[in-house]
Design a protein around this ligand. Structure first.
Ligand SMILES: *Cc1c(COP(=O)(O)O)cnc(C)c1O
Length: 372
C-alpha cells in the first residue's frame, strides 16, 4: 500500500499521528518518566528503554524509507557501536579497508582488547571478500565508501554472506534510502549517521540502525544497555530534515554530476572519484544497485600541499569536516592519522543545494589560484 508510493510522498507523509485532532508533527517530548497504571499489560516505563513519541515518529519514518524497523541513536558512532556490541567475544568481522575512519577505529580498538578479530578486505574485490567470509559472524559494508567513493557489489556480497550464514551490516550514510535500500537486497542491518544527509542541515548529531523484526529487540536492547539515546530536539529536527531528503538528494546529486564533469576537465585534477561518471570504476555497479550516484565525490590533486591550498581558497564552499548538509563542504582527508591510506591530495566534496554554477565558479577559482 504505502510502499508503492514514491519516496517524495513517503518522506513527507510517514511518521505522522493519523488520529483525529492530532498535530501533524510530533511534539518535542521532554521527559524520561511515565505514569504506571494497573490497566494495560504493557506501557512505557522509562524513556531510555521505551523511547518517546518524538523518537518513535522519526523511527517510523526512517524505517518505512529503508524497508525495516529503525532504532534512533545519539550519533552514527553510537549506532555502529551498538551493532558491534551484538557480537559474541571472539567473533570474526570482515570489514572494508577503505571505509569511515570511525568504524575502523572502533574495530581496531576492539581487536586490541581481544573483543573481536577483523579480516580487512578490499570490498571492491568481490572474490577476495567472499573468500574471507568463512567462519565470520559479520560482514560490514560501506558503499559508496567514505572518502574513496568505492562501490562494492552489494547484491553479490550480501548473497554470498547469506549463503554462509554471515550477517551483513551496510553503512548507508552516503547513499541514503533514497538511492539504495540494502535490506531489500538481503542485508540484515543498515547503519546511518543521521548527522549527515538524513538530518541534512549540520545542526544535529544522531544515528540509526535499521533492521528486520528478528534483530530489532537486540538492537533496542543494546541501546537501552549502553545508553546511546538521541535527544528530543535532535529527533524532531532529524524528522524535519527527513521530510526534504529526496528533494535535497535529487538537487545535490544533479550538481554533483556537473561538478564531477567539470573537475575532470581541470588540468590540476588528476582523478575524480564519482560513480556517476561513465569512466568511474564504480559506475556499472552503481547503475545496477542504486537509484543514482549520490551527492558525494572526491578528487585528487598532485599532493597534499595543493589540496590544502584549494581547501583554503574557496569562499562559498565551506572548508569543514562534516558532510551531507544543505551547504557544500570540502576537506582533505589524508591529514588525519586514521586516513593515512587515502592519497595525500584527495579532497572530499559534499555537494549541497546551492546553484551548481555558483559552486563551480568558486571551486574553479580556488583551483586556478592554488595550482595555477
Ligand atoms: C560520519 C559518519 C559516521 C559516524 O557518524 P556520527 O554521527 O559522526 O557519529 C558513520 N559512517 C559514515 C559513513 C559517516 O560519514
Amino acid at each position: 500500500m504505502a510502499s508503492a508510493r514514491s519516496f517524495h510522498t513517503l518522506a513527507v507523509s510517514v511518521g505522522r499521528d493519523p488520529g483525529p485532532g492530532a498535530m501533524l508533527n510530533p511534539p518535542i517530548a521532554l521527559g524520561s518518566n511515565f505514569r504506571l497504571t494497573e490497566e494495560s499489560a504493557y506501557e512505557p516505563n522509562y524513556a531510555r528503554a521505551d523511547g518517546t513519541v518524538t523518537w518513535h515518529a522519526f523511527e517510523e519514518a526512517l524505517g518505512v524509507l529503508e524497508g525495516g524497523r529503525a532504532v534512533a541513536f545519539s550519533s552514527g558512532m553510537g549506532a555502529i557501536s551498538a551493532v558491534l556490541e551484538l557480537l559474541p567475544t571472539g567473533s570474526v568481522v570482515v570489514a572494508p579497508r577503505f571505509s569511515y575512519s570511525g568504524l575502523r577505529q572502533q574495530l581496531a580498538e576492539r581487536v586490541e582488547r581481544g573483543r573481536v578479530e577483523v579480516r580487512w578486505v578490499d570490498t571492491v574485490d568481490t572474490e577476495a571478500t567472499v573468500a574471507a567470509l568463512d567462519g565470520a559472524a559479520l560482514l560490514w559494508l560501506e558503499t559508496p565508501a567514505n572518502p574513496t567513493m568505492d562501490v562494492c557489489d552489494l547484491p553479490a556480497l550480501v548473497g554470498a554472506a547469506r549463503g554462509r550464514e554471515v550477517a551483513t551490516a551496510v553503512d548507508n550514510t552516503f547513499a541514503t534510502p533514497v538511492l539504495q535500500r540494502p535490506l531489500a537486497l538481503g542485508a540484515d542491518l543498515v547503519v546511518h549517521s543521521v548527522t549527515k544527509l538524513v538530518g541534512g542541515h549540520s545542526d544535529l548529531l544522531m544515528g540509526a540502525v535499521v533492521t528486520g523484526d528478528e534483530r530489532l529487540a537486540a538492537v533496542v536492547g543494546a541501546r537501552t544497555l549502553y545508553g546511546a539515546v538521541p535527544g528530543a530536539l535532535e529527533a524532531f529536527l532529524a524528522l524535519r530534515g527527513l521530510r526534504t531528503l529526496p528533494l535535497r538528494v535529487e538537487r545535490a546529486q544533479a550538481s554533483a554530476l556537473v561538478l564531477a564533469e567539470r573537475l575532470q576537465q581541470h588540468p590540476a585534477v588528476h582523478r575524480v572519484r564519482y560513480p556517476g561518471l561513465l569512466g568511474d570504476p564504480g559506475h556499472a555497479r552503481a547503475q545496477a544497485q542504486m537509484d543514482g550516484p549520490g551527492t558525494m565525490l572526491s578528487f585528487d590533486l598532485a599532493d597534499g600541499a595543493a589540496a590544502d591550498r584549494v581547501c583554503h581558497a574557496t569562499h562559498l564552499i565551506a572548508h569543514a569536516t562534516s558532510l551531507g548538509g544543505v551547504e557544500t563542504t570540502m576537506e582533505r582527508r589524508h591529514k588525519y592519522p586514521s586516513e593515512a591510506a587515502v592519497p595525500p591530495g584527495l579532497v572530499r566534496l559534499s555537494v549541497g543545494i546551492e546553484d551548481a554554477d555558483d559552486l563551480w565558479s568558486d571551486l574553479a577559482a580556488a583551483l586556478d589560484a592554488a595550482t595555477g
